[in-house]
Design a binder for this molecule. Sequence first.
Ligand code: HEC
Length: 468
Amino acid sequence: MNKNWRYSVLGAGALMLLVFGSTMYLLTKRQDAMLRQQEYDQASAVFDVIIIARTWNSRFGGVYVEKKPGLVSSPYLAHPDIRTAAGKAYTLKTPATMTREMSEISHARDGVSFRITSRKPFNPDNAPDPWEDESLTAFERGEKERTTVATRGGKRVFRLMKPLHIDATCLPCHAVQGYKLGEVRGGISVDLPFDEHWELLRKNALYMAGLALLLTALFAGTLYAVIWTLLEKLSRQNALLSDLNHTKDRFLGMAAHDLRNPLAVIYGIAKVLKEDSAGKPHAGLADIVVASAQRMLGLITDLLDVSKINAGRLDLKIADVCVPAFVAEAVHAQTFLAEPKGIAVAADIAPGVGNAAFDPDRMRQVLDNLISNALKFSNPGTRVTVGARRDGPELRLWVQDEGIGISDEDLPKLFGEFSKTRSAPTAGEPSHGLGLAITKRLVELHGGRIEVASLPGKGTCFTVILPQ
Ligand code: HEC
């Protein structure tokens, strides 16, 4: 079973983590933005309420309240207090004082505080902090508002600041500082507690990260399980198929083996009958029986070879063989087949071929097969050449004919079991299509290979290449 699929699952998991992770990241970002917007809206509402209250106060040029014991008059006004004819005392509350006192109430109620500041303050307590100072500079350049999240006294706060502009109601008290209508007098910063939201965001981010991991694990796990199950099934199926194939080979081998013996008997007896019947009227019939039995024996022997090779039961008996003698013998054996067809068979052995290591019986089977094939597809008056030569570390045995050749279409099918090409033998010789398949497997068992080159109409050359 291919183990690489596990890496593919790992890759898919990583990709999923990336997808889930970035989705969760974007969702978290979006939530952060939404919470900030909420804070902003709330701070803006607070700011508006302050402005409304201040406008009310400023319209009256400040508001007098009864000066009860303990109430301190503003040190920044020349005449803050008045006394009625009845002797009651009142003191002036400027918009600034009112803003500050409102902030104290608000802070005590729900932690929301605000501050009035200016870069040219009457009251040094109203001097801006660094962020407020930065914001005031920005307002002087025309900016409308600024927000930030800061830490104050160990707690996170959301801060919104907007400018305060001089209008007609401010001038009675602030004209002395040289302000003109519409100028930025200062600003008000609103601080909202942000810790709760911050905590919520943090928890949410953790939750999202956990979810991304969980989803990825779930996805990768499912993928793993599905692929694993499929592969298991496939491997069981493969085992079954290979079992079936073995059964088929065994059956083939057994059938061929059991057919061969009785057939050999028939063949032997038919030959005797053929000799006996020479000159008698039915002599022709005996001829047919002998030829048929011979053909069947050939087929069964080939079938046995195929089954042995497929089952891996064919053992080679490698020997040190004298190549020129070996080739000459093969050529000589085939001449009795070639002569009746008027075809010449010749050996062409390069000098210095010498000895080589291979199984002489099996290689002889290979050569016989190739030569008889060449004869089958050759016309009278042509020649078949069987050659041998050395090529570096290889021994090359070749069989060249001047026959009808093999078409390009047929070349790839040539070595398949039971494959038949479209060209017919020149004298109608029988062929069951196993010969070349066996030839190829025998050469491969020797660690070699077989090559074929053909020109239709000109001839074919098979080359067996054996490493030495
Ligand atoms: C009745 C007089 C009076 C009016 C009207 C008035 N202010 Fe003030 N303002 C003061 C005094 C006094 C202070 C400083 C005293 C304090 O902080 O208690 C002050 C403080 C401020 C501050 C804080 C910086 C500082 O100087 O200490 C700002 C900003 C400010 N005023 C803006 C305005 C604007 C804008 C208006 C008009 C909408 C306005 N004021 C109307 C008297 C007034």
